[in-house]
Design a protein. Structure first.
Length: 388
C-alpha cells in the first residue's frame, strides 16, 4: 500500500497519476487536496508516504505546497508533476527542497521516481534514528563520565587523610625509632615510606586527571607564552642535565590556559625524564593543518619507544619503563595529556623508535565551537606550514 497525498485541482489528472502508480506495481491509497488549508489538515490528520503536487493551481502552487510540508515538520518525499514548468523553474523547485519533478507527458517516470524517493526517505529516517540514538548514548556517557570524575576526585580526597596519617607516623618512626630497627626492619620500613609517597603521587595524579576533564575557561591565548612558562618549571633539571628546550613561535588559539600549561609540562617533563646519556634536547613548534585545526609538535632526542605501545602510553596508570631503571612516575602524565586535548576537541598521538627519540603531535582546533560561528583562519593563528 502506498499512501499518497495528491496536491492537484484536476480530478482527471489525479486519476492519471494513480493509474501510472498502479502500473508500476503500487496500490495507492490517496487524498486529493487543492488548497493550503486542506493540505495542512490532511498532513495533520493522515499518515502519508509521499506527496505528489501539481506546480500551478488556482490560488495555490507547488512551491506553496512544499512550504506547507516543511512547516509541518514531516520528512516526506515531495515530487512535482506538471505540464507547465520550464527547466529553470524546475531547478528552482529542486533548490527549494522538491525531490524530483516530472512532466505530465512523461508520467512513466513516476513509479521509479517514487521508488527511489521512498528508499532515500527511509535512509534519512534510519540515519536520523541512529543520530538520535547516538545523541542519547552520548548524553548518558557524559553523565557516567561526570560521575566517574566526581568519584575519582572524591576518592583522591577521602584517601588523602588516612594516607597523610600513615606518612606522619612513618616520619615519627623514622626520627624517633629508626635506631631500634635492624637492617631488615629499616629496609622494610623504607619500602613502606616509598610506597606511601608513591600512593600520594598517584592520588595527586588522579585528582589532576579529574580536573583535566573540566576544561571550561577558554580564551584566546598565545601558546608560545604557555609553553615557555611550562618549561620554566624545569629550570633545575635543565641546568643539571645540560638540557635545551627550544620553543618556536606558536599560534594564538582558544584554549584553557591552565590546562595547556599542564599539557606542556607533562610533555616536556616526559622528554627530560626518558633520556639516555646525551643532554636532552626538546623542540616545540607548530604546523597549520587547515583552516580549522593546527598541530603542535614536541620533539625530543630521548630513549624513544616501540610504536606498538602507542595505545598503552596514553592509558591511565600505564608505564613502559619500571622504576628500577630510574624512571619515576605514576603513569598518568600522558593519560592526562590525552584528556586535556580531548576536552579541547583535539587529538594526540606520537611517533617514535627505540633509541631515536620521540615526537608527540597534538592537534587542536583554532577556536572552541560556538553556535552559528564560522571557523577562523586568519591573523596570528596562521602559522606557515613547515617544510622540513
Amino acid at each position: 500500500m502506498l499512501r499518497v497525498l495528491i496536491v492537484e485541482d484536476s480530478e482527471d489528472d489525479a486519476l492519471l497519476l494513480l493509474r501510472e502508480l498502479r502500473r508500476g506495481g503500487y496500490e495507492p491509497v490517496y487524498e486529493r487536496v487543492e488548497t493550503r488549508e486542506s493540505m495542512k489538515k490532511a498532513l495533520e490528520n493522515g499518515t502519508w508516504d509521499i506527496v505528489v503536487s501539481d506546480f500551478i493551481l488556482p490560488g495555490f502552487s507547488g512551491l506553496a505546497a512544499l512550504d506547507v510540508l516543511k512547516q509541518s515538520g514531516l520528512d516526506l518525499p515531495f515530487i512535482i508533476v506538471s505540464g507547465k514548468i520550464g527547466e529553470n523553474t524546475a531547478v528552482d523547485a529542486m533548490k527549494a527542497g522538491a525531490h524530483d519533478y516530472i512532466m505530465k507527458e512523461s508520467l512513466k517516470r513516476l513509479p521509479p521516481a517514487v521508488k527511489r524517493e521512498l528508499r532515500e526517505a527511509e535512509t534519512r529516517r534510519e540515519r536520523k534514528a541512529a543520530e538520535e540514538k547516538l545523541k542519547s548514548y552520548t548524553a548518558r556517557l557524559e553523565i557516567i563520565n561526570q560521575e566517574l570524575q566526581e568519584f575519582a576526585f572524591a576518592a583522591s580526597h577521602d584517601l588523602r587523610e588516612p594516607l597523610r596519617k600513615i606518612q606522619t607516623f612513618c616520619d615519627i618512626i623514622s626520627s624517633r625509632y629508626a635506631g631500634d630497627l635492624d637492617d631488615k626492619g629499616r629496609l622494610y620500613f623504607g619500602k613502606m615510606q616509598e610506597t606511601a609517597n608513591r600512593m600520594s603521587s598517584m592520588l595527586d595524579s588522579l585528582r589532576n586527571y579529574s580536573a583535566a576533564a573540566n576544561c571550561t575557561s577558554f580564551s584566546a591565548t598565545d601558546l608560545t607564552l604557555l609553553a615557555k612558562e611550562a618549561a620554566s618549571n624545569f629550570e633545575g633539571i635543565i641546568r643539571e642535565t645540560g638540557a635545551a628546550v627550544e620553543t618556536e613561535e606558536l599560534p594564538v588559539a582558544e584554549v584553557d590556559p591552565d590546562q595547556i600549561i599542564r599539557l606542556f609540562q607533562n610533555l616536556i617533563g616526559n622528554a627530560l625524564k626518558y633520556r639516555d646519556d646525551k643532554a636532552p634536547k626538546v623542540r616545540i613548534y607548530a604546523v597549520q593543518s587547515d583552516c580549522d585545526t593546527f598541530g603542535i609538535y614536541v620533539e625530543d632526542n630521548g630513549i624513544g619507544f616501540d610504536e606498538c605501545y602507542i595505545d598503552k602510553i596514553f592509558a591511565p596508570f600505564q608505564r613502559l619503563h619500571d622504576r628500577t631503571g630510574g624512571y619515576e612516575g605514576t603513569g598518568m602524565g600522558l593519560a592526562m595529556c590525552r584528556k586535556i586535548v580531548e576536552r579541547h576537541g583535539g587529538s594526540i598521538t606520537a611517533r617514535s623508535q627505540p633509541g631515536k627519540g620521540s615526537v608527540f603531535i597534538v592537534k587542536l582546533p583554532w577556536k572552541q565551537p560556538k553556535k552559528d560561528e564560522a571557523s577562523i583562519c586568519s591573523g596570528k593563528q596562521g602559522v606557515p606550514p613547515r617544510r622540513d
